[in-house]
Design a protein around this ligand. Structure first.
Ligand SMILES: NC(=O)c1ccc[n+]([C@@H]2O[C@H](COP(=O)([O-])OP(=O)(O)OC[C@H]3O[C@@H](n4cnc5c(N)ncnc54)[C@H](OP(=O)(O)O)[C@@H]3O)[C@@H](O)[C@H]2O)c1
Length: 228
């Protein structure tokens, strides 16, 4: 398969890159600085999802290498711009700048990346767009203790992808939304319950098995459907 992964330089994105490269897939590993990532055999691509010009440049660079993409993984994401798990998320201290920065990476960026790469995806073999969302994106499960900006940004990502899926389906592209579980990455922290290997193996299986009839479905890494 020909695959593009955003945020592939560390965490879940890097683990996706490693697992697909090991299988022999052709992996374009997106990162903000464009440096080679720690996954042998992958092709580094400079791609800052918060920057439209960077998305255009990455599209041109990849388009010079391949004429079709089989899988795009919108993985890049941020929890906060100010560090710490709940910094910037305390009611009374919420700011527009922090909200906009998080939405730009977690919601708007993936939507623009999907839009830009639709032409290459539409020419792929059984093409798929996978989006790494979060259980925090669930509106029905929000008990009032979800982080304000981050959870809203992931709910917005899910909505963007539901809308995108309708147009994508006409082009033969299947969209899937994924929750990785709580994973030991820089974002998840060291107390998280899952290793990146466990989480990503589960998500790779779901991506493999998703059918066009399940277009825009939302699954946990273990295959369980997630409540919207
Ligand atoms: N870990 C968890 O428990 C967990 C749970 C639910 C959902 N998620 C989601 O899983 C995805 C991956 O998270 P992770 O745990 O692997 O986090 P991570 O270890 O913090 O890695 C985040 C990745 O996103 C990249 N990134 C951030 N802003 C970017 C931008 N503007 N353009 C391109 N890349 C950018 C980072 O690149 P830099 O190195 O340049 O910053 C890094 O490669 C995220 O969407 C996150 O919301 C994670």
């Amino acid at each position: 398969m020909r695959i593009l992964i955003t945020g592939a330089n560390r965490g879940l994105g890097l683990e996706f890159a490693k697992q697909y490269a090991r299988r022999g897939d052709r992996v374009f590993a997106g990162s903000r600085n464009g440096d080679p990532v720690d996954a042998p055999g992958t092709v580094p691509v400079r791609l800052d999802v918060a920057d439209e010009k960077s998305i255009d440049a990455a599209h041109s660079a990849i388009g010079r290498e391949i004429d079709a993409l089989d899988l795009l993984i919108n993985n890049a994401g941020i929890y906060s711009t100010v560090g710490g798990r709940f910094s910037g998320e305390t009611f009374g201290s919420l700011t527009a700048d922090e909200a906009a920065a998080i939405f730009r990476v977690n919601s708007i960026g993936p939507m623009l990346v999907a839009q830009r790469f639709t032409d290459l995806l539409s020419r792929g073999a059984n093409p798929k767009l996978a989006n790494v969302s979060s259980g925090y994106g669930s509106v029905s499960r929000n008990d009032g203790h979800f982080p304000h900006h981050y959870s809203a940004s992931k709910a917005a990502l899910n909505q963007y992808m539901r809308s995108y899926a309708a147009d994508a389906a006409k082009l033969g592209i299947t969209v899937v939304i994924l929750s990785p579980g709580w994973v030991r990455t820089d974002m998840g922290g060291r107390n998280a319950t899952l290793s990146p290997e466990e989480s990503v193996s589960g998500m790779v299986r779901i991506i493999e098995e998703i059918t066009p009839r399940q277009n825009s479905a939302w699954f946990n890494y273990d295959g369980q459907p997630v409540a919207w």
